[in-house]
Design a protein around this ligand. Structure first.
Ligand SMILES: [Fe+2]
Length: 374
């Protein structure tokens, strides 16, 4: 079709994958591929594994209907083996018309083949790159990723406020997703921890269409060998009753729900057997200095709800952002069992977790580093 005429060429040119693919929720047995098409389409993912006779096709199927006539996709690939490399590509057929009794397809497109490796069951060590408070500055994200140990990392963690508010569909792509696709996310996942700013704006409620929410939750626990990553969703900073929220936030109860969930989660055999225990939460549970402003509300709530659980569950490290200032609160000074590292908005954290403990290296945009061995 490409050589028939200029008109067809431009039509074919127009229909394309315009965001992604990017890996989400990469585990030992599954991954979810996020991408968009420039027009409504029927899209799927083809996956090849070692020793497979032919690629397997994966679709999103809900209640007997294969998802189609959409542009934004999150296609889950399951049944994978731990620690194995797989290739994948995206395929999409444009849907020109969708009448009740007749569907007219347009062009078909396929992406190039990409690869990823599932999380091994046993890992001596794991490493992560952490960036927070990017506030829509994709160039800064690129600079910080460039300063990090991205190549060695198992995943990138965006620790909240990567956008300032979401009021149109392009905001998350422009702010941090497209740059991630360019630099790593086709082959390596990112974990998005929601910040208070991602809840803001008239499309804040759509943020879950851009990032994985395993189990339908923004809060979760991920295991990388002997390391547990607990992700909390700390919600908004001000009280739910603050006029700027217009009466439509319920974060106090949501934080209590997460505390109840975490209390049960840390009782699991898997968690109790895990050596290194790390919490990722955008708003920290402690910020040095008393803050009686409305913005200090969440910190007080988080402190009350979670610090007792963290101490009981023998958490090693809490990593946060939000303050745009850097703080390191060592356990021996705070009286808690865990250390807290709060990253600022112009540095990247390289986190290494292994048999000898946890190592945190903070590098700012100018390449200045601060090594912390916990
Ligand atoms: Fe924040």
């Amino acid at each position: 079709m490409f050589f028939v005429s200029n008109i067809l060429l431009s039509v074919a040119d127009d229909f394309r994958f315009n965001h992604g693919p990017y890996l989400q929720n990469l585990g030992s047995n599954e991954v979810t591929l996020f991408f968009t098409t420039s027009a409504r389409a029927f899209s799927w993912v083809e996956v090849k594994g070692d020793g497979w006779e032919k690629p397997k096709c994966f679709y999103t199927v809900n209640d007997g209907l294969v998802q189609a006539y959409n542009t934004q996709n999150a296609i889950r690939v399951t049944g994978l083996e731990p620690g194995c490399e797989y290739s994948y590509r995206l395929v999409a057929k444009e849907m020109k018309q969708f009448h009740p009794y007749k569907i007219v397809y347009g062009d078909s497109i396929a992406s190039r083949w990409e690869s990823f490796t599932t999380v091994p069951e046993k890992m001596d060590s794991s490493s992560f790159v952490i960036i927070n408070d990017g506030h829509d500055d994709a160039q800064k994200v690129a600079r910080l990723l460039g300063r990090s140990q991205l190549k060695k990392a198992d995943a990138v963690i965006y620790l909240g406020d990567m956008t300032s508010y979401i009021d149109n569909a392009d905001v998350p792509y422009k702010g941090f997703i497209d740059v991630s696709v360019d630099m790593f996310a086709r082959n390596k996942p990112f974990i998005a921890v929601r910040g208070n700013h991602e809840t803001r704006g008239n499309m804040g409620r759509d943020y879950g269409n851009y990032v994985a929410r395993p189990g339908g939750r923004f809060y979760n626990i991920y295991y990388y060998g002997e390391t547990a990553l607990i992700v909390l969703d700390t919600g908004e900073d001000k009280p739910d009753t603050h006029p700027v929220y217009g009466g439509i936030n319920r974060f106090d109860e949501y934080r209590r729900e997460q505390a109840r969930w975490l209390e049960e989660e840390v009782k699991s055999k898997r968690f109790r057997k895990t050596r290194n225990r790390i919490v990722l939460m955008h708003i920290p549970p402690i910020i040095p200095g008393e803050d009686n402003s409305p913005e200090g509300h969440a910190v007080k709530e988080l402190s009350k709800l979670f610090i007792p659980i963290f101490n009981k569950a023998k958490i090693d490290l809490v990593l946060s952002g939000h303050t745009h200032r850097q703080y390191v609160l060592l356990s021996k000074l705070s009286g808690n069992i865990f250390d807290i590292v709060i990253n600022d908005n112009k540095s990247v954290v390289d986190l290494k977790s292994g048999k000898d403990g946890i190592r945190v290296k903070i590098t700012n945009e100018n390449g200045l580093t601060n090594d912390i061995i916990l």
